[in-house]
Ligand binder design. Structure first.
Ligand SMILES: C[S@@+](CC[C@H](N)C(=O)[O-])C[C@H]1O[C@@H](n2cnc3c(N)ncnc32)[C@H](O)[C@@H]1O
Length: 210
């Protein structure tokens, strides 16, 4: 089975207990990833690798009439849960989730006003291809906020990093050694700010399409 099919099936299986174990929970880091986008009320916002869409209600809360949050994920089971969440909260006008492979989005060029990706690219089978594809669908000037786990600066948390790297790869092919900020730059996205959260291996990279 090719890697992307294995990963997709894994998330189909995990979707049942993803929220129960709070794997997709909305913490302060994820809220910050939304806040730094500084969204206009009528913005069209993409959530890359939305999972069960846990962040969509918070994203929707930042939007007014005419604005919409669009979560995309290639796992049908994850997307079904995201849409069930949207319906339960009566947010259909402000949010939706679509089954999409982020390496081949069906949206046109220069379509979204902003985008977000939380703990997505390090678990993607073809992260570089997906980042170029997200850059394609963003409007020039659009902000893209990426929250993920990665290699700490030299000398810091090396033991935790090596342990987590091995565990996450074993658990499901998540590669936290991936230099996502470098790939964002390669795709032509300008880094506005790279913020490392102290005490954790997470970072937030805010960039914009030029
Ligand atoms: C670790 S989960 C993160 C979910 C959510 N963003 C969060 O913060 O909890 C990664 C998600 O990316 C999705 N994914 C992986 N590769 C993808 C691809 N090529 N296209 C779309 N979604 C993908 C998986 O199905 C999974 O739901």
């Amino acid at each position: 089975m090719v890697k992307s099919e294995r990963v997709r099936k894994k998330y189909d299986r995990w979707s049942r207990f993803y929220d129960a174990f709070d794997l997709g929970g909305v913490n302060d880091q994820k809220k910050l990833a939304v806040d730094v986008l500084d969204l206009k009320p009528d913005a069209l916002v993409l959530d890359v690798g939305t999972g069960t869409g846990a962040i969509l209600p918070y994203l929707a809360s930042k939007l007014g009439t005419g604005g919409k949050a669009v979560g995309v994920d290639f796992s049908e089971a994850m997307v079904a849960r995201a849409n069930a969440r949207i319906q339960k909260l009566g947010l259909e006008k402000k949010a939706t989730a679509e089954v999409q492979d982020c390496t081949a989005l069906t949206h046109p060029d220069n379509h979204f006003d902003a985008a977000l990706a939380t703990f997505a690219f390090t678990s993607f089978p073809e992260p570089e291809k997906a980042i170029f594809e997200v850059a394609r669908v963003l409007k020039p000037g659009a902000r893209f906020s990426v929250l993920d786990t990665g290699k700490p600066p030299a000398g810091k948390q090396r033991f935790r990093y090596r342990y987590l790297k091995a565990v996450m790869w074993q658990a499901g092919f998540t590669d936290i050694s991936l230099d996502v900020p470098a790939l964002l730059r390669k795709a032509g996205l300008r880094t506005i700010k790279l913020h490392r959260f102290s005490g954790s291996l997470a970072y937030l990279c805010l960039c914009e399409k030029i």
